[in-house]
Design a protein around this ligand. Sequence first.
Ligand SMILES: [Zn+2]
Length: 402
Amino acid sequence: MNKLFSLLLLPLVLLSSQVEYTKWKSGETFLNFLEKQGLPQKIYYNLDKSDQTITEEIYAGVNIQILKDSNESIEQVLIPISEELQLHIYKDKKKYKLTSTPIKYIKKTSAFTVTIEHSPYFDIVNSTGSKKLAHQFVNAFKNSLNFRRDLRKGDRLVMVYAQKYRFGKTFSMPVLQVAMIELRGKKHYIYLNGDGRYYDEKGIEAEGFMLNRPVKNARVSSGFTLRRYHPILRRYRAHLGVDYAARPGTPISAAGSGRIIFAGYTRGYGKLIKIQHSDGYMTLYAHQRAFRRGIKRGKYVKKGQTIGYVGSTGLSTGPHLHFGLYKNGHARNPARVIRITTNKLKGKKLKAFNLLKDDYEKTVELHLAANTQIKKDKIFDNIYYLNIKGFEPKSEDENEPI
Ligand SMILES: [Zn+2]
């Protein structure tokens, strides 16, 4: 793999091409970007509806890479649209083309133990160097435990988490698998279940941020995916939300309370509302036929309040609500935080969870006994690189798997 990789990389050096790094600007559209770079607008208009819409998902601040030849002419551009997929513009026989290509990474599971000196947050940052890990740990227990009241110096905690890496450096958010903290010596746990949701020891859902379904009794016609290979179209696609098929005019309600930060029209998403919630969460409601009277930017809405009506505006194939959830600008799967009627596992599901739980607890005990520590992870920003033929990322460390 690495040998092939170095070979593919060679032409890049010979042609003395240059990679320029730039960040996607806030409010910039894909058409603006093409114009600014002197690229043909056809690149956009040749895309199908779904891919045109996905260009509206490019988020402000993301790293863009532009490969230019010695004459300053653009050879390739890489634009990430999710943590798993990037748009790739390239020259093919003097014509520009666009395709979606996966972002490669490896995933590792790591763990650490900490003995409390000050507070879980402070001590985790101190020991791992990562505010993200500390935040996730504290957040996991925020609805069930009172650290301030019950924690004692010398109590211990363990966190097991999965992290994506590119070129030996962390990339994207860590995902908590199991967290344990002792309060006066008694162990408390949060576990990630196979359904992607978090539960406590009794199999009761532990998530604090919960959304209502934005359309009642509607069928999910398309689920969330950061990256999926489409066998008929023979290419990769992303769908950064959930589609609910419903009759035109069906009321759409706010999935959570918050402030409307956008109520207007975009080419891809048609009549669109965005609501900002607490803790960095934002929800998006696209393709609406109309907004409810009085719904506008700046207005505060309550969970369950009607904000608009199902339609098919923008680049839509039929009446449906495209519903998106974002945390700090990154698309998340809304299905994982949609409130379900019962949030306590029962029967077969509880049995499966209990098996998983036993495994997790054994792992936690092993880490406690070993007093596992982690190396401080390096942050890596420029995660997308390319060569001329293979669209492979350039590894900074050739020995690192990609
Ligand atoms: Zn959709």
